[in-house]
Design a protein around this ligand. Structure first.
Ligand SMILES: NC(=O)c1ccc[n+]([C@@H]2O[C@H](COP(=O)([O-])OP(=O)(O)OC[C@H]3O[C@@H](n4cnc5c(N)ncnc54)[C@H](OP(=O)(O)O)[C@@H]3O)[C@@H](O)[C@H]2O)c1
Length: 331
């Protein structure tokens, strides 16, 4: 039987999510890969237990995580039932999303109220929860009025099925529109979840500024570029890696020589800071105060344990920042 560590809040630091009342741990755990029906349940369970024992209170899901789609939520529901009974639920911040294809027909994806509300109901059933903490629109829908998609998020919150609303993969300009609509509906956006890492810096071109200006939190996903920003691929593609798995979203072609040569240069800098490459990549994101928490993935407790150490050193000198920028430009 699992008993959470009594020391679980001793080390982790928590940051305010935008101008809301919600604090989130500097590291959050995502269940996109390694928690599905094809994966080893006890491995995922051990990662959730380790995370919680070390101050990670935030767990991120989506309707379609698996494979098969939905199975990560089912497995997480099982973990909750076995390990987090009763009021332990109150110590967790659980998010889910809807936006990508989940079921057949015209109501199984995108941003209609019909799809979003039904998907949230299904997610709650799969996890056996009364509410999620954060419900996201997973992607903007160019063919549905913004008012309709946002009204689904507002409805989720007003009906008590979610405590907060979030946006993911919305551009800076789409975010500005969505925030205005949500504010008018009395359901301000809590947090935005963009793809953001040393290898994916699009949010720096406007989105981060919009979030800061509006007091909205930011939770970068794939902060390690799905594993590229680690030492995993320095000598080729290992058999047990995401890039080698048929159901992994990282393709072998994504592991290219220019990126690996940049990672090798980053490794030298990381060593000077007494960090691993992944710790450097995560602490570089946390260096910016607009970032609330970084949303990591992991395939083992050892990876998670090592990556969590990034919080010990999130300060960078100007020279280090310049060096990183120059490495990332050299392609
Ligand atoms: N909103 C969205 O559209 C969206 C999209 C994608 C993801 N997300 C969210 O973001 C979360 C994180 O995404 P992600 O899994 O792509 O994050 P990531 O942190 O960039 O990549 C995680 C993967 O990197 C490898 N790794 C991690 N630490 C390592 C280490 N110390 N040494 C060697 N390899 C290491 C592991 O892959 P191996 O299997 O190769 O070991 C691990 O599964 C997801 O779970 C999900 O919650 C959201």
């Amino acid at each position: 039987m699992y008993t959470p560590s009594s020391e679980r809040y001793a080390q982790m630091k928590y940051r305010r999510t935008g101008k809301s009342g919600l604090l989130l741990p500097e590291i959050s755990l995502g269940l996109w890969h390694n928690f599905g029906g094809v994966d080893v349940f006890e491995n995922g369970r051990a990662m959730v237990q380790y995370a919680f024992d070390n101050g990670i209170t935030h767990f991120d899901l989506a309707n379609n995580y698996g494979p098969p789609p939905g199975s990560a939520e089912e497995n997480f529901g099982l973990i909750l039932k076995k390990d987090f009974p009763g009021s332990l639920r109150d110590e967790l911040v659980i998010s889910t999303k809807a936006g990508y294809r989940m079921w057949d027909g015209p109501y199984g994806e995108w941003g209609s109220k019909k799809y979003l509300v039904n998907s949230l109901n299904q997610s709650l059933k799969r996890m056996d929860l009364e509410y999620v903490d954060i419900f996201y629109s997973h992607r903007p829908d160019p063919n549905t009025p913004m008012e309709e998609t946002m009204s689904a998020l507002a409805f989720a919150v007003q009906s008590g099925k979610a405590l907060y609303a979030g946006l993911s993969n919305y551009s800076a300009s789409e975010t500005e529109v969505a925030l205005t609509v949500l504010n008018k509906m009395g359901t301000p956006c809590l947090i935005h979840q963009p793809k953001y890492s040393m290898f994916a810096r699009d949010p720096e071109a406007g989105l981060l500024e919009v979030l800061q200006k509006n007091g909205v939190g930011c939770i970068p996903f794939s902060p390690l570029a799905q594993g590229l920003l680690t030492d995993k691929y320095l000598d080729g593609i290992p058999n047990d890696s995401r890039a080698a798995k048929s159901h992994g979203f990282l393709q072998p072609g994504d592991v290219d020589e220019p990126k690996i040569s940049q990672v090798k240069k980053l490794k030298a800098l990381a060593q000077l800071r007494s960090q691993t490459i992944s710790q450097l990549a995560l602490s570089w994101l946390l260096h910016n105060p607009v970032i609330t928490t970084v949303l990591v993935g992991a395939s083992s407790v050892a990876q998670l344990a090592s990556n969590m150490k990034c919080v010990e050193n999130t300060a960078f000198t100007e020279d280090e920042i310049n060096e990183i920028n120059s490495i990332l430009k050299s392609r």
